[in-house]
Design a protein around this ligand. Structure first.
Ligand SMILES: [Zn+2]
Length: 60
C-alpha cells in the first residue's frame, strides 16, 4: 500500500482546502429577467421567472 512519506502540515492541508472546500459560497445571482438579486436554481421572487419563462404570477 502506498503511504505518504511526510505528514501534511496544517498550513499545507489548510491551503489545499482553502481553494475548493469553501463553506460560505456566494449564493446570490442576478435575475436575467428583472436583474433583481436571486438564489441560483430558484424561481425569481421579484418577477416569478425561471429559465426565461414565467413560472409563478407575482402581484405588484
Ligand atoms: Zn426576476
Amino acid at each position: 500500500m502506498a503511504v505518504p512519506k511526510r505528514k501534511t502540515s496544517k498550513a499545507r492541508r489548510d491551503q489545499r482546502r482553502a481553494s475548493s472546500y469553501r463553506l460560505n459560497k456566494v449564493t446570490i445571482q442576478e435575475c436575467p429577467n428583472c436583474h433583481e438579486p436571486k438564489l441560483p436554481h430558484r424561481v425569481c421572487k421579484a418577477c416569478g421567472y425561471y429559465d426565461g419563462k414565467e413560472i409563478i404570477k407575482v402581484e405588484d
